[in-house]
Design a protein. Structure first.
Lengths: 128, 128
DNA sequence: GACTTATATAAGTCTACGCTGACATAGTGG
DNA sequence: CCACTATGTCAGCGTAGACTTATATAAGTC
């Protein structure tokens, strides 16, 4: 299974965002996700299992609790996949700089269209 | 719709890989995808539409043909999302360097486990 | 106009996946 | 031992999305 297949779900992405901030109990993760996405504890647990089984998280027991931490190794796969597109970004930035320089020289045109601002936070399923 | 939602499908990822190599006709893309994934022309066309409508590709007409090119802007969203995990990669590399140095000093241990090699090419749905 | 090629769209089918409620298992403390 | 908390697992359900076949539309040729 490819990393993108795992990350194709907004709940799992959100879980990883939460774990990126630091190790957390299953219950704490579940509380946030239940609140944000309006799904049940077993649903969250299933997502945790997908992440665990695909290497995105590590888990250790502490009494009755399970503490989950992120394992970012599989995310390298995403980064590697992105590599083929990074050249395009640089080209577009170069083109934009050229356009701005031309705009300053000519002093007649309106401002160029601003690039898309990426989403700051993953939208919840409720918002879709 | 988040970029990861679009990229959560292996066909769409493969299409983008093909387009990253250069502009192509719908038909050419379709031929490769049909061969690799064993799906029909309309199925490929539907995926192209998802990509188009979510800004991942640009299309221009040339006679009866449609030429598709990649627009990598939405992929920035993926890159930004990845940002929070990059620190972890560096930590692991630092830890690995330390481990190797320790290994050389002690001269008694086997070689440390090698990191996961990322997949070179996206697996096809047939292979799953 | 009739025909061809190119490919997008429409309408219907099917199943994988994400969900649920119930409950099993593990651990703790009195 | 019992009651409780924590959370993973089970079994079943519903639907979103990926698929199909049929065909509409666009462009070009003779």
């Amino acid at each position: 299974m490819h990393a993108f297949d795992v990350l194709g779900d907004p709940v799992r992405r959100r879980i990883l965002e939460l774990l990126a901030e630091g190790e957390q109990t299953s219950g704490a993760v579940s509380a946030v996700i239940q609140e944000e996405f309006g799904i049940s504890q077993p649903a969250v647990s299933q997502h945790l299992r997908v992440l665990r089984e695909n290497g995105f998280t590590a888990v250790r027991a502490e009494g009755t609790r399970r503490l989950y931490s992120v394992d970012s190794t599989p995310l390298r796969e995403v980064d590697v996949w992105l590599e083929r597109f990074r050249g395009f970004w640089n080209q577009r930035l170069d083109a934009l700089a050229t356009e701005i320089a031309r705009g300053k020289r000519e002093r007649r045109q309106g401002s160029p269209g601003s690039p898309n601002a990426p989403t700051g936070r993953t939208p919840t399923r409720k918002e879709k």
